[in-house]
Write a protein that binds this ligand. Structure first.
Ligand code: TYD
Ligand code: MG
Length: 541
């Protein structure tokens, strides 16, 4: 285990001071060493191998303390001998707040709550190589569109975005801009990492409307001794930049690295300091990238923006459902009256559509937007003693609960099998409304009965096996109808569901209990009641 260098030095200093005292001299004030955990930011007076607060090993790094209270390096107005009294105001009054600024990238604007708020700070986190720099370069170029020829004014109001990179060289950014086709944008570009220089360059007459700082982990303040990316540097540099953004009223976007645990590297306090925290995520093998708000002082946090990474940068996906359902048999192919059809008819229909069992389309919501996704399940006899569970895009605990409910309330024996569950397209579902779709995919896989291709499913499952109502029914139904679906299996719900369904021409089938789903999917194998003794339905044929 590494022992910090500073220790022996302090011990030596102590002996020195005793000597000084012996000859009647006053020892000089000695800076107290402090050790800060690089994971959680907790400060200790002594070095230890493990942070007691967050449990991280080897995360303590010695930091030299500052001689004065942390304060801005900009203009000081504070009187050292005492504070200045300020007046309080009421909740109403004239507001000087300028309107939100639209980037022109609709997916980004929506996630930010309808545009960027001037004077706010946005932190964008994400895995390396996911496309943070690409997104922000595109956003900066979109805010500062090319100046029209003939207007003559080259420097007028055009240069309203600045991109400051501490990670790449100017030429690399230029190369990327060329690839993205945004070289005509009059945005300002700089490679810098000293925050004092950045503030000096920005805090002049005409400040840009948007400032992107590519990776807060590369920025440093020369008043601190620690290396860039350490807790104290990240905290102090972010504080200085945010203070400037608030004072000059520009939108500040900070890029933050993500640790292998998936949280933004550096102190948690960084997330408290900024107004908005966005995560840019996606599966490496997939082209889809999802921008998700996890904190937003100026909007909702359940909105997502969907992008597709192309060879010319990120392309907006205005209709994600079509993207997530791509590759499936076209909805409506077997629309020949599935609602009242018997098993034979369904089998004929599915043969013609070439469909397979274990797939259900979930009508979900991401924020205010309905999104249809395919839930895929594979149920296979367990080879080893303990059945395997592999879940991608959904919660494993929730899957365990649904298999238990299927076993206990419907008399199936799903739980003894290996189960693989996948949400197609790389989307991560967090809604409990997906329960019924997951159950449908599981039952379909177990009984080898394909779901009708023109049916969407949604509803929450209770431990009793009852299907509970969920919100936004109309929005889900409308989206399904728009994409050519003919039927929705959904919870029984009071209110205006019928009207919505009639208006969209979609058939709604109410499922009150999980048994009804099993009966509808595989009538021959359905138990006759919630307490059925019929077991091992997968083998009984
Ligand atoms: P980048 O924005 O550098 O990621 P981050 O800043 O989050 O680390 O994205 C780099 C990845 O994006 C890289 O793997 C290549 C890919 N990419 C494209 O596929 N098309 C493009 O037009 C660009 C610019 C990048
Ligand atoms: Mg980058």
């Amino acid at each position: 285990m590494a022992v910090p260098k500073g220790r022996s030095r302090w011990r030596f200093a102590r002996h020195d001071n005793n000597l000084l005292r012996g000859v009647g001299l006053k020892p000089m004030a000695r800076p107290q060493a402090r050790f800060a955990c690089q994971q959680c930011g907790v400060v200790y007076p002594k070095w230890t191998g493990r942070c007691e607060d967050c449990g991280a090993w080897n995360s303590l790094i010695e930091e030299l303390p500052r001689e004065e209270l942390p304060g801005g390096i900009g203009k000081r107005t504070l009187d050292r001998r005492g504070g200045r009294a300020f007046g309080f105001v009421g909740l109403t009054g004239p507001s000087m707040l300028p309107p939100r600024r639209q980037t022109g990238i609709a997916e980004l604007d929506r996630v930010c709550g309808g545009g960027l708020v001037p004077g706010s700070a946005i932190l964008v986190g994400g895995d390396p190589g996911i496309g943070k720099s690409t997104l922000l370069l595109q956003a900066a170029a979109a805010i500062a569109p090319p100046v029209k020829e003939g207007s003559g004014e080259l420097k007028a109001r055009a240069a309203s975005a600045a991109y400051i990179t501490g990670e790449e060289a100017i030429d690399q950014v230029r190369l990327r801009a060329e690839r993205l086709g945004v070289v005509a944008s009059p945005m300002l570009l700089a490679a810098a990492s000293n925050v004092r220089d950045i503030i000096a360059s920005l805090d002049r007459g005409d400040v840009p409307d948007l400032v992107v700082v590519d990776s807060i982990q590369t920025m440093y303040l020369d008043t601190l001794d620690s290396a860039p990316g350490t807790v104290s540097q990240v905290r102090a540099t972010a504080q200085e930049l945010i203070r400037l953004a608030k004072r000059r009223g520009f939108v500040l976007v900070l890029v933050g690295h993500v640790t292998k645990e998936g949280v933004i590297a550096g102190p948690r306090v960084l997330e408290h300091m900024v107004d908005t925290v966005l995560y840019f995520e996606g599966e490496r093998g997939h082209q889809f990238r999802i921008l998700r708000a996890v904190k937003n002082r100026f909007g909702a946090t359940d909105e997502i923006g969907v992008f597709e990474m192309s060879d010319r940068g990120l392309v907006e996906v205005p209709n994600p459902s079509a993207l997530f359902l791509a590759g499936r048999p076209v909805a409506g192919q077997d629309a020949a009256g599935v609602a009242g059809a018997d098993a034979g008819e369904i089998e004929l229909a599915e043969l013609s559509a070439g469909q397979i069992s274990g797939s259900a389309v979930f009508a979900g919501m991401e924020g205010t937007r309905p999104v249809l996704v395919e839930v895929q399940a594979l149920v296979a006899p367990a080879v080893l003693g303990t059945p395997r569970r592999a879940v991608v895009g959904w919660d494993g605990t929730r899957l365990a609960m649904i298999t238990a409910v299927l076993d206990a309330r419907c008399g199936l024996s799903v739980g003894t099998n290996d189960i693989y569950l996948n949400v197609a397209g790389g989307l991560r579902i967090v809604e409990p409304a997906a329960d019924l779709a997951v159950a449908a995919a599981l039952v379909s896989a177990l009984t080898e009965t394909p779901m009708p291709t023109d049916t969407v499913v949604f509803g929450e499952i209770a431990l009793s096996g009852d299907v509970r109502p969920v919100g936004h029914t109309e929005a889900r139904i409308k989206e399904a109808a728009k994409l050519g679906f003919a039927e929705a299996w959904m919870p029984i719900r009071r209110g205006n569901r019928r009207e919505a369904a009639v208006a969209t021409g979609l058939e709604t089938v109410c499922v009150g209990h999980l048994n009804e789903l099993v009966e509808r999917l595989a009538p021959a194998r359905s138990p006759r009641g919630p307490l059925s003794r019929q077991r091992r339905i997968g083998v009984a044929s």
